[in-house]
Write a protein that binds this ligand. Structure first.
Ligand code: HEM
Ligand code: HEM
Length: 405
């Protein structure tokens, strides 16, 4: 079979690309739907879900490169002429759908890939490339927009594909012509050469109109802003009457999931700090921190982290760290107890402090073992979900000056 196309038939390269892509697309779509719909209430379910997503992404990225090669090849080739050029509407529709399919082969995986690169953690792509993409920042806004576009483009692809397959079946069953036969592998079906009467620029322009309309409908349905809801549900913590008022701060955690680091932070926490900077050795004060667990944002696994196997935020909405501040020649340390997920465990947090009048700036970090608090107990593999969780605290606090009497 000749490798190249003529205006009367498809060559073997175009056919191989076509059926290889068809197989890939018809695999990756159900994978995406099943992976999205899968529950993740237990650690096992979460691991299965992540595995399916990794498979989905890995095949999807492969298809992206196959699509680029296919498009490059198609640009060097004549396209076999329509079999019924007299049926103007039908020919136009078929060509719009071909453009939509070609475009989808780039837009769908690209938007999925941008979504992946803009989020932290969860299911990795198994190729040794592409966990991050140039020009794509790790940002919730970018991730949400790309996720929405992936959904919109994927719907356009599915509808186009239904029309495309229905058209192929109609040609084979109702028209009983050679349209399907000339695309099938293994034989060369020559069709009348109608000297390539295609409809010029109209089909690609109409395909672009379809995408623009789909993006607009997506916007009306709000698909570009899915998240952000968790933080809103966080219970507001009561303000504390502290000797030192925290004016600005970050309480962050970093976990290792399937080999990659996922960092996040709690948006809502309060600190009651008593501190005497004149003490240089021994007890120098106390700190009592209350943390709203559901205010955590942790890459793309925020929701999973709240589940019963992990933070179990429904049952344990807050955590508390109560410690004594000790000064010594080596520096400061907050030595106390962390109550998390209903479990108490001793925790020491060494920190650096700089004082400028009534303004204090502190920075400290420590490493916890998630198993001490029964978090992710069913994830017994350190490689899947690291046992160690690093905690970092950076804050500025202002001394409350007692009102003069
Ligand atoms: C079971 C599934 C499929 C069937 C039965 C099918 C059938 C066909 C047939 C019969 C043609 C030739 C049309 C003609 O000569 O006028 C064709 C062309 C085409 N198909 Fe499919 N197809 C399928 C899946 C797909 C998929 C998944 C894609 C891409 C997402 C795709 C993209 C295309 C494109 C772009 C063309 C234009 C010809 C080219 O440049 O390769 N098809 N298909
Ligand atoms: C041609 C390739 C691809 C197709 C046809 C495709 C299709 C799909 C489908 C049908 C869904 C389910 C959406 C739903 O019904 O809710 C989905 C979800 C998803 N896909 Fe893809 N996909 C492709 C490539 C990729 C790639 C390359 C990546 C990342 C590297 C990716 C990442 C995702 C993610 C993260 C989701 C979940 C989206 C969410 O939860 O918001 N996809 N995809």
């Amino acid at each position: 079979m000749p490798a190249t196309n003529t205006t009367a038939r498809y060559g073997s390269v175009a056919k191989t690309f076509h059926w290889l892509t068809a197989l890939g697309i018809l695999t990756v779509i159900p994978l995406g739907i099943i992976a999205t719909d899968m529950p993740y209430d237990t650690a096992d379910q979460l691991a299965d879900k992540a595995w399916l997503f990794s498979l989905h992404k890995t095949i999807g990225v492969t298809l992206f490169f196959v699509a680029l090669a296919r498009i490059a090849w198609a640009m060097t080739q004549p396209k076999p002429a329509p079999l019924h050029p007299d049926r103007k509407i039908e020919t136009l529709l078929a060509e719009i759908v071909h453009w939509l399919l070609y475009g989808s082969l780039v837009l769908v995986p690209l938007s999925g890939w941008v979504h992946h690169a803009a989020t932290e953690g969860f299911a990795p792509i198994w190729w040794p490339l592409g966990q991050n993409l140039p020009l794509v920042p790790e940002s919730l806004r970018v991730a949400e927009t790309a996720a929405g576009l992936h959904l919109v483009f994927e719907r356009v692809l599915v509808i186009s594909l239904i029309l495309h397959i229905a058209g192929a079946i109609k040609h084979a069953v109702i028209d009983r012509d050679q349209t399907l036969a000339r695309m099938l592998p293994g034989r060369t079906v020559q069709t009348p050469d109608a000297s390539a009467r295609h409809t010029g620029l109209v089909p690609p322009v109409l395909a672009a109109v379809v995408w623009a309309a789909a993006i607009g409908i997506g916007s009306m349905l709000g698909v570009y802003h899915q998240g952000g809801a968790m933080a809103a549900q966080a219970p507001a913590l009561a303000e504390v009457d502290s000797e030192w008022q925290v004016t600005d701060g970050t309480l962050g955690i970093t976990v290792r999931q399937m080999g990659s680091e996922v960092s996040g932070s709690f948006a809502d926490w309060t600190a009651d700090i008593r501190f005497d900077e004149t003490v240089t050795d021994g007890p120098a004060g106390s700190v009592d921190v209350e943390i709203a667990i559901t205010s955590l944002t942790l890459g793309s696994v925020t929701q999973q982290a709240m589940g019963p196997d992990y933070f179990a935020s429904g049952e344990f909405p807050t955590a508390r760290f109560s410690a004594e501040i000790k000064a010594s020649a080596e520096g400061y340390i907050a030595d106390g107890t962390l109550t998390l997920r209903g479990t108490e465990h001793p925790v020491s947090l060494p920190f650096d402090l700089s004082l400028d009048g009534n303004l204090a700036q502190m920075q400290g970090s420590t490493v916890l073992d998630r198993r001490s608090f029964g978090i992710g107990d069913s994830m017994t593999d350190d490689g899947q979900l690291g046992f160690e969780v690093s905690v970092t605290v950076v804050l500025s606090a202002l001394r409350s000056v007692a009102p003069s009497t």
